[in-house]
Write a protein of this length. Sequence first.
Length: 132
Amino acid sequence: MEKATEDLELLAGVLSLLEQETFSSAKLTEIQASLKRDGLLPSAAIHRLARIVEYLKSRRNPAARLLDVFTFWSAQFVFAAEHWQQEFGPQIRQWLAEVGEFEALAALSGYAYEHPADVFPEFAEAEPAGLS
């Protein structure tokens, strides 16, 4: 979990951009609407997890180890991470799917902008082998 801290902050940033932007496209507003649930934004939830992980990483500090003996710092943040997982774990796959779909649409729109002649692909049915 500690290795994912940088990726968590990146994901929180992408989610934050998706949450704050104003879209005119129906598909993009649908993606944005699916992220907003229960009053807490996904970017805030991911940021909270990143903070918990940072606190867990700080336990390697010798001073923190000494305090951990008396305060059970590590155990408290392990419980906090477990609580986060119970609260938001079921939703994280959907958040990642929505970010992935947005990223795919952004890549396709960038390609369409840079290659105007290729904007709309044409699909042709292939004849099964050996029937022609």
